[in-house]
Design a protein around this ligand. Sequence first.
Ligand code: ADP
Ligand code: VHF
Length: 374
Amino acid sequence: MTTPVATLSQARSRIAAARRIVVKVGSSSLTTAAGGLDPARLDALVDALAARRHAGSQVVLVSSGAIAAGLAPLNLRRRPRDLASQQAAASVGQLQLAHAYTASFARFDLVVGQVLLTADDVVRRAHYRNAQRTFDRLLALGAVPVVNENDTVATDEIRFGDNDRLAALVAHLVGADALVLLSDVDGVYDRNPKEPGAKLIAEVGDSADVDDVDVTAAGSGLGTGGMASKLAAARLASAAGIPVLLTAAADAAGALGPAEVGTAFAVTGPRLSARRFWLGHAAGAAGRLHLDDGAVAAVVGRRRSLLAAGITGVDGDFEAGDVVELLDLRGQVVARGVAGFDAVELPGLIGRSSHELPAEQRREVVHADDLVPF
Ligand SMILES: Nc1ncnc2c1ncn2[C@@H]1O[C@H](COP(=O)(O)OP(=O)(O)O)[C@@H](O)[C@H]1O
Ligand SMILES: N[C@@H](CCC(=O)OP(=O)(O)O)C(=O)O
C-alpha cells in the first residue's frame, strides 16, 4: 500500500524523507532454515537498498548472519551455544557474507566496505571518532558500509550482544535520520504473532507504550535477540531523536519506499551529543559507584557533579577515564559517568567531605559534564 507522504505519521514521513538511513537485517532473513546464506533473499534486500541509494539516500547496512552462514560450511547442525564455536562459525560466515554482498551490490555498480565493530570500539572516545570518520569517508566516496559485530575478537565482556543494539548505536554514530530494523516478522504484535487474533501495532508514540507487550515467544532460532532486543534498540534510537521502522525483510522494498508497512516508532527525545549518547548507552561499564540518597538527588535531580562524600561503596577495577555506573541504595542504575579516580584510590576518599581531603584529591569523582542521568 502506498500512501501520500503528507498523510503519513510524523515518524513515517521522516523515515520516507531520510537522507542517511541505517538498515539492520537479522540472520533469519538471510539464511535458509538449514543454515547457509539464501542468495535470493540477500539479492532482494540489496535490490531495495540500491533503489533507495539511487533515489538519493545514503545507506548503511548492519547485517547479521555471519554465525548462521558459517554453520553449513563447518557441518554444524545448529547454532552452537559456546562462544568459541560461535566465533569460529562467524569467522567462516562473515567471509561468505562479505563476498555475497560485494557480488550483489556490484549488480548496481555499488561498492561495499566492511566495518566490524566491538562494543569497546564505541565506548572509547578515540575509537568511536575513528569509526565515525571511516563511515563518513566511505559514504562520501559512494560506498555502502556493511557492518557487523567483530565476533571473532569480541569476548563476553566487550560484546554488543545483539545487532539490534549495534544498529541503534551505529545509527547515532553516523547521524542517521532513520533506522529500519528488518526481521522475519512484519512488525510488533500485541502478543506472540503466531497466536490467533494477534494484532499488529502500526504506530508507537512512546516506546513505553510497548513495555507490556509479550515478546517472550522465541524467534527462528537463527538470530539472538528476539523481539525484546528490537524493542530495546527502538527505544534507544527513538530516545536519541531517530525514528525507527520495524518490519519484515520481505517488505524491504516497501519499507524503504513510501509504503505504510510495519511498526513505526516516533522520536521521544532530542538528539544527544555523541559524547553523551555514548556515555549513556554504549556497553561496558568498568565498575560501579553506590550513592546515598543525597548524592542521587544532587546528581540526577540537580545535575551536579558526584563528590566522594556521597559515595557509600565501590565495585570493580576501573581506572580514571573509564565509564562507571552510578547506583542508588536499592541497586538501581541512576546514571553513568566517567570516573575521575582509579578504583584503588577511592576507598580512602569515600564518605569524606572535600575539606577533609588532601588538596590533590579535592575534586569531583564524576564531573557533571561527564555524567548522564537516566
Ligand atoms: N510481540 C511480538 N511481536 C512480534 N514478534 C514477536 C513478538 N514476540 C516474539 N516475537 C518473535 O520475534 C522474532 C524475531 O526475532 P529474531 O528471530 O531474533 O529475528 P532476527 O533474526 O530478525 O533478529 C519473530 O520471529 C517473532 O516470532
Ligand atoms: N554478529 C552475529 C549477529 C547475531 C545477531 O544479533 O543476530 P540477529 O538476532 O539475527 O540480528 C552474526 O553475524 O551472526
